[in-house]
Write a protein that binds this ligand. Structure first.
Ligand code: ZN
Ligand code: CU
Length: 484
């Protein structure tokens, strides 16, 4: 009789392609799936009875800011506890590498950590640090445009000169050579807003031949969102590179209800070039505290403040009232600071989340003392609240958005599917019970309903919690595939 290390029996298997589930056995050996079939006649020292449970590929969190936390908190509980087995770091223009700082990190690089966290002048040094840290989840990384600007420019409020772009481009090429997935930008932030479209296009030149992607936190997500989308698509078209719009949303009360036209613009472009987006399942965003987003009609909760750490958890309205100042003035005094903005409409978010172009990304901020609940809740919330309870997305499709689709788009080879020969990244969960428990009031809470998480064939999490085994790898860029 054939033997393997672990045999998972009678699971309702969703293979990550979007296909309906099938009751199957899955055999694991040496970190890989060695067989998938019904009633396998294999023996294993460890047999898991998965009857009544759903087995999916491990979830891929396509939008994270876990760059530093995979090294400093390698247990990666916020993600592992959701069934996430791979995080993509380096989003929104900010990455831990390659970075050389002069002083404190510019906003929003400070979301990743303080100056002492940035000790990877090359992408290769960052990969090395991941190998040494042995995180519990796999890590793949983009290179941040803002990070490159920081390395080569004396000030960030202008567009880069030709020699600066050349220097940035050679660092990007070096990182692509080492396995980076592509380039990310954060053009909405002051540290990159001064960059012209040409700067990004000239920088993005090496992406096409590398088969890499362009991922963007667009120049705006508010009134001018359609123009910002056009800019992103133009960069993709002229540079021959797929485009991912990060955390797609219609921000600000004035833009509620615009998801239809936004999605229509995305659909039109998708008939001509590879493009898609990611989304988190909440009607509130979170980032550094931006004065331009202060709107008295929007509830804004402060997540951290360098000036007044004790205000974390209070709303900006409460702080302004206590200080007898306007909210803008209070926001000025709190700088630098972080915030949660309840500035998205639930209806828009649902429409974007359910769209076939959309992947799931948490955009969680692991450094926040009182983080947005998306850090601990995103994936079980999609599967529990939006699939099971509200019937917004069918379960096989939702799993596809968090597994096979991102693996293909970002070029994560042999991941994202339950297939013979693929890496054994797997999530076993109870589809009747899975749900997020993290809330805005109580955001640091593990989800319910996750029964088992295997990373590279190693059981890393069970219903009892983390097993203490950490088996994540750095994943270099493989071949991408865009199935629109
Ligand atoms: Zn962003
Ligand atoms: Cu982000």
């Amino acid at each position: 009789m054939l033997s393997c290390d672990i045999l998972i029996r009678n699971a309702s298997v969703l293979d990550g392609s979007g296909a309906e589930s099938e009751v199957l056995d899955v055999a694991l050996r040496d970190g890989r799936i060695c067989e998938v079939g019904s009633a396998l006649e294999w023996t294993a020292p460890s047999v898991v009875d998965a009857e009544g449970l759903t087995l999916a590929p491990g979830f891929i969190d396509v939008h994270t800011h876990d760059d530093i936390s995979v090294i400093r908190t390698p247990a990666m509980l916020p993600k592992l506890s959701q069934g996430v087995t791979t995080v993509i770091v380096g989003n929104c223009g900010i990455s831990a590498a390659p970075v050389t700082l002069q002083g404190e990190p510019p906003d929003p690089m400070n979301l990743l950590g303080n100056a002492d966290a940035f000790c990877y002048p090359t992408f290769a040094a960052y990969i090395e640090a991941i190998r040494d840290a042995q995180p519990a989840v796999n890590v793949a990384s983009l290179v941040g445009h803002t990070a490159l600007r920081n390395n080569h420019m004396d000030r960030l409020d202008r567009t880069a000169t030709e020699p600066e772009i050349t220097a940035m481009r050679s660092q990007l090429s070096e990182a692509l050579e080492a396995g980076a997935l592509g380039l990310s930008s954060g053009l909405a932030y002051r540290s990159a807003n001064g960059a012209s479209t040409d700067e990004v296009m000239e920088l993005a030149q090496p992406l096409a031949s590398a088969g890499a992607v362009y991922v963007t936190h667009m120049r705006t997500e508010a009134d001018g969102i359609l123009d910002a989308m056009s800019e992103a698509f133009e960069i993709g078209r002229l540079c021959h590179v797929p485009v991912v719009l990060s955390h797609l949303k219609c921000a600000g009360i004035a833009n509620w209800g615009r998801s239809d036209e936004v999605l229509r613009a995305l659909e039109t472009v998708r008939t001509m070039q590879p493009a898609g987006c990611d989304c988190y399942p909440y009607a509130a965003g979170s980032s550094t505290l931006d004065l331009e987003q202060v709107d008295e009609r929007v509830r804004i909760t402060i997540t951290w403040s360098a000036q007044d750490p004790e205000v974390a958890g209070l709303t900006l309205a409460q702080i302004a009232e206590a200080w007898s100042v306007t909210q803008v003035e209070a926001a000025q005094r709190l700088q630098p600071a972080g915030a949660i903005y309840h500035s998205i409409s639930e209806a828009d978010m649902r429409r974007i989340l359910a769209h076939p172009a959309t992947m799931i990304g948490s955009d969680g901020l692991p450094n926040d003392p009182r983080p947005h609940p998306r850090l601990w809740g995103t994936f079980p919330r999609v599967l529990g609240r939006y699939c099971r309870d509200q019937n917004l997305i069918a379960l096989p499709e939702a799993v596809h958005k968090m597994t096979g689709m991102p693996a293909q788009r970002f070029g994560l080879a042999e991941r994202g599917f339950v297939r013979k020969g693929y890496c054994a990244d797997l999530s076993l969960f109870n589809s009747k019970k899975i749900i997020d428990t993290a809330t805005f009031a109580d955001p640091i809470r593990a989800a319910e309903g996750i029964v088992g998480v295997w990373v590279n064939g190693v059981l890393s999490y069970t219903a009892e919690g983390a097993t203490g085994k950490r088996a994540g790898h750095f994943i270099p860029r493989g071949k991408t595939a865009w199935i629109q």
